[in-house]
Design a protein around this ligand. Structure first.
Ligand code: NAD
Ligand code: UD1
Length: 339
């Protein structure tokens, strides 16, 4: 297949790019590198021994999208481009609605004009309400997301659902990610956060390599087994392979479908830290602090719909995720270097 990958230089996009190239697909990446480095693409090219066509530009640029899509002969679009910092989204909601919502609408308009009807979209478990029982299924109640970021993702889901209803030529897969962690086992590509990491594993990794002094545990008084928050961490390569499975599904059907991509297993913050201590051979310095506003006690997936429909399931456990993430972190303490 010929695939347009928006945001293909980012953390998730670059790992999906590897899977696409290894599956023999022809891929064009569209990225403005606002949160990534061209070095990620260079490394993917070296890993896969394939060249990737790269368009530097913005998903909100309709003229650019028209040109790329009308000239390209694409069979599908995998849409990762967007902004994802929960805290920043509270301070700058318009940026989030503009890039995530308006950008996705612009992309869909250009796809419709060019007659490209297969679309896979990166959504998030943050769209579920925090009162739902665990594990979360695709039919669990959708809540009032805790942030403009979460709401922007839910809005795009709704836009795409309406679009598919109005134009049944579209096949649209919504993938609700749980917590992606890890890196390609080569250690050549991985997550490269800018500034202070907002998420647990990237922060803990920077503590482990000595770039930060202490890991704050956000609350140990949750109603969970050990009092710390529980999440469904999923290996980035398992997550990436879920995209190829969704793409395969869209080859034979034109529908709007939603799938959870998670492992079905929750781990507490303390379990993650214990496993990380094992993997790194260090004891991470910790301090228990207040709960982080907007956090829920627990969140994990029921992935059985993806297992049934897509014949996909996560095969790697927490130890694999942290070992691969640690390899990337050790080999690239400064990520892809200066951006
Ligand atoms: P990322 O920031 O590493 O990748 C996003 C990529 O999109 C970057 O390369 C960035 O430069 C690019 N980009 C941003 N705005 C753009 C624009 N206007 N035009 C073109 N390119 C643009 O993030 P990621 O972790 O790889 O996430 C990919 C997608 O998955 C995002 O949509 C994110 O919201 C979603 N998601 C991520 C997580 C997670 O934990 N990482 C969880 C759920 C959903
Ligand atoms: C966060 C986002 C969510 C987004 C997801 C992407 C918030 C409120 N939620 O989810 O919208 O889709 O990332 O992966 O930001 N923790 C610590 N110390 C830290 C960091 C985190 O104890 O320094 C705890 C958190 O309280 C939580 C767990 O670790 O219990 C995981 O946190 P994180 O990695 O930030 O992911 P989420 O909060 O699940």
């Amino acid at each position: 297949m010929k695939i347009l990958l928006t945001g293909g230089a980012g953390y998730i996009g670059s790992h999906v790019l590897v899977c696409c190239l290894q599956a023999g697909h022809d891929v064009c990446v569209l990225d403005n590198f606002s949160n990534s480095s061209p070095e990620a693409i260079t490394r993917v090219e070296a890993l896969c021994e394939r060249k990737v066509h790269v368009e530097r530009g913005d998903i909100r640029d309709i003229a650019l999208l028209r040109r790329i899509l009308s000239e390209g002969g694409f069979d599908a679009v995998l849409h990762f481009a967007g902004v994802k910092a929960v805290g920043e989204s509270v301070a700058k909601p318009l940026k989030y609605y503009d890039i995530n919502v308006a950008g996705s609408i612009t992309l869909a308009q250009a796809m419709q004009e060019a007659g490209v009807y297969r679309l896979v979209f990166s959504s998030t478990a943050a769209v579920y309400g925090d009162q739902s029982a665990m594990p979360l299924t695709e039919t669990s109640a959708l809540g009032q997301a805790a942030s403009p970021y979460g709401r922007s993702k839910r809005m795009v889901e709704q836009v795409f659902e309406d679009l598919q209803m109005s134009d049944p030529r579209f096949g649209i897969a919504i993938l609700r990610y749980f917590n992606p962690v890890g890196a390609h086992p080569s250690g050549r590509i991985g997550e490269d956060p800018r500034g202070e990491p907002a998420n647990l594993v990237p922060y803990a990794m920077q503590v482990a390599v000595g770039q930060r002094e202490v890991l704050s545990v956000f609350g140990d008084d949750y109603p969970t087994s050990d009092g710390t928050g529980v999440r469904d961490y999923i290996h980035i390569m398992d997550l990436a392979q879920g995209h190829l499975a969704a793409l395969d599904y869209l080859v034979s059907t034109s529908e709007y479908r939603v799938w959870n991509l998670g492992t079905g297993r929750g781990h507490s913050v303390k379990e993650v830290i214990n496993c990380l201590n094992e993997v790194t051979g260090k004891v991470l310095p910790l301090r228990i602090v207040e709960r982080r506003p907007g956090d829920t006690a627990q969140c994990w997936a029921d992935p059985s719909k993806a297992v049934a429909d897509l014949d996909w399931h996560a095969t790697r456990g927490l130890h694999d995720m942290l070992a691969d993430h640690w390899r990337w972190q050790q080999q690239n303490p400064d990520g892809y270097g200066k951006r």
